[in-house]
Design a binder for this molecule. Sequence first.
Ligand SMILES: Nc1ncnc2c1ncn2[C@@H]1O[C@H](COP(=O)(O)OP(=O)(O)OP(=O)(O)O)[C@@H](O)[C@H]1O
Ligand SMILES: [Mg+2]
Length: 323
Amino acid sequence: MSLLEVENLRVHLPGASGPVTVVDGVDFAVEEGQVFGLAGESGSGKTMSALAVLGLLPRRAQVEGRIIYRGRDLVALREREMRSVRGREIAMIFQDPMTSLHPMLTVGRALSEHLRQHLKLSRADAQRRAVELLEEVRIPDPEGSLRSYPHHFSGGMRQRIAIAVALICNPSIVIADEPTTALDVTVQAGILGLLDRLRQENGLSVLLITHDLGVMSSIADRVSVMYAGRIVESGATAEMMQRPRHPYTEGLLSALPHPEAGDERPLVAIPGSPPAPTDPPPGCRFHPRCTYAVDSCRTQVPQLVEVDARRLACPVDPLAVKV
Ligand SMILES: Nc1ncnc2c1ncn2[C@@H]1O[C@H](COP(=O)(O)OP(=O)(O)OP(=O)(O)O)[C@@H](O)[C@H]1O
Ligand SMILES: [Mg+2]
């Protein structure tokens, strides 16, 4: 049994002319001590899937399906019960670390307020634990940093502090939504390294959301690629990067720079853009942009089926077409 299992998740948001389905039958699992990645272009429903797990969707959103965490279905929990899971069992870090850090509170104050509120620690214990947390995320001079405000730190250091805040209750899972998108490449590598170390040393599980398959390949054990609210391909990251089977995954990878010496392949962006969730095309939602599309793609919705230890929603295998 996986630590977190999401089954047939559907999210409908209120729209001008009725509910709009932005997550449409998504399944995935986060295993203990592993990094699971959700990838896909902007608007594919990654954030909405994550917010559904935490019960943080916009008001009037409707959720269907099951989100099983340690045997309990989070979809069925009341808000009061959900509060004992959110932040404590499953914590979240965002692209902009200022989302979790109050600009007017010193880092020490922010950490100890959370520590005292959630763990009922005394002032002195909270202070001690705050220093430990900053050491854990490798903030230089943890004691001095307690007296600084978030804006005194660089973006990368702020993201480390946001991770420290997420770790306060010693959660089993951290959901990281584009945690490195706003950072430059070397700082990005530092944050990914930190998440990887927390996974290895503390057995933390991570649900990593990113549109960047380069980031994904450096840290995720398994990955699902989403397109227009649906998963189109899932599998072990290394294999999927090496041998994408869905034309959309192949397209995302072709648009990625390959810095290895001698690799002069031109970058090719996928033509067109994803459909609006109010007006998805029939059949395979990717077909209008797919160079491999055949007639049935325009009318039949491809189901996710097991192919060589992979789940794939495409009747046309780009590898098969090429050879
Ligand atoms: N509050 C909202 N009300 C209505 N529609 C929304 C709302 N927030 C997001 N959406 C729509 O829901 C769909 C899925 O959005 P979501 O934020 O999950 O995408 P995403 O994959 O996280 O994209 P990104 O990479 O840009 O963060 C998009 O079409 C988006 O326009
Ligand atoms: Mg998002």
